[in-house]
Ligand binder design. Structure first.
Ligand SMILES: *[C@@H]1O[C@H](CO)[C@@H](O)[C@H](O)[C@H]1NC(C)=O
Ligand SMILES: *[C@@H]1O[C@H](CO)[C@@H](O)[C@H](O)[C@H]1NC(C)=O
Ligand SMILES: *[C@@H]1O[C@H](CO)[C@@H](O)[C@H](O)[C@H]1NC(C)=O
Ligand SMILES: *[C@@H]1O[C@H](CO)[C@@H](O)[C@H](O)[C@H]1NC(C)=O
Length: 227
């Protein structure tokens, strides 16, 4: 299927920490070479070769918990970011059986941004899409604070979808996707669905008011000129 897995052997067992789709069209992988000196993996299909750095630490969101829970031996937390061990050997990691909680300070958690407004037309379809970043976390979608979907990640999949087949007034409101792993919760997606028709009519009114105001101004100018 053209995807590769990054597997780590840890004292408490083997963990699948990353799944990557290397080529855009799921081209089958023909060869792989791991270059320890350059810390890179070379992956080849029938007509392409890509270089994948071993220390892709940016994929683990820049918060301490995600960085440590990822348990990637090439990455760790230091000075407010998830950094490569090649840049900094002092990083905090969570590769043994110690509890990770003590290693993160309170200020290290970053809150997800506020709700993103999305205008959706009634009777249309809409997908809510939450990225699955860890196979060891549960992903829940909430609508107006009630649980509407839980994703089981035992069967590898890329995203946690919630499909709205026919948008009606009950579907508007606040949606939030929260991941939970080892007691650590974080909001990954926050969307507020708004009725596009109402949204547009409000904008329409605003232009109309501006339009009539300009008309009035023009009349005043004309009156002044004719005097
Ligand atoms: C920590 O990061 C800040 C900028 O984010 C940088 O100015 C500072 O030099 C860094 N400190 C260390 C010890 O790397
Ligand atoms: C969506 O729902 C409305 C009424 O709620 C119905 O008239 C319409 O046929 C539905 N559309 C689809 C595609 O199911
Ligand atoms: C997820 O898996 C657990 C344990 O196997 C099960 O109890 C739960 O019902 C599953 N949830 C869904 C949404 O499939
Ligand atoms: C959710 O909240 C929105 C906006 O307050 C409302 O329009 C919608 O009907 C609510 N839906 C449910 C199922 O609570």
């Amino acid at each position: 299927k053209g995807s590769i897995h990054k597997i780590v052997e840890l004292p408490d067992g083997v963990q699948n920490i990353m799944e990557l789709q290397v080529f855009p069209k799921k081209d089958p992988i023909q060869s792989m070479i791991l270059d320890h000196k350059r810390a890179a993996l070379y992956v080849g299909s029938a007509n392409k070769v890509v270089e994948i750095p071993m220390d892709m630490c940016r994929v683990y969101r820049n918060n301490c918990e995600s960085c440590l829970l990822a348990r990637d031996p090439y990455c760790g937390w230091f000075n407010g970011s998830c950094q490569s061990v090649y840049l900094n050997r002092e990083v905090h990691q969570n590769l043994n059986l110690d509890a990770w909680q003590g290693k993160c300070q309170k200020g290290d958690v970053k809150e997800a941004d506020d709700y993103q407004n999305i205008a959706v037309v009634p009777f249309s379809r809409y997908y809510l899409n939450c990225p699955i970043e860890s196979h060891y976390a549960t992903y829940n979608w909430y609508h107006n604070n009630s649980l509407i979907k839980t994703c089981n990640t035992t069967h590898p999949q890329q995203n946690c979808f919630h499909f709205i087949q026919n948008v009606s007034h009950v579907h508007y409101g606040h949606y939030i996707c929260i991941s939970e792993e080892d007691g650590f919760k974080q909001a990954l997606v926050k969307e507020r669905l708004v009725n596009q028709h109402r949204f547009m009519s409000q904008k329409g009114q605003a232009t109309l008011t501006l339009g009539s105001w300009l008309q009035l101004l023009l009349m005043v100018v004309l009156v002044v000129l004719f005097h």
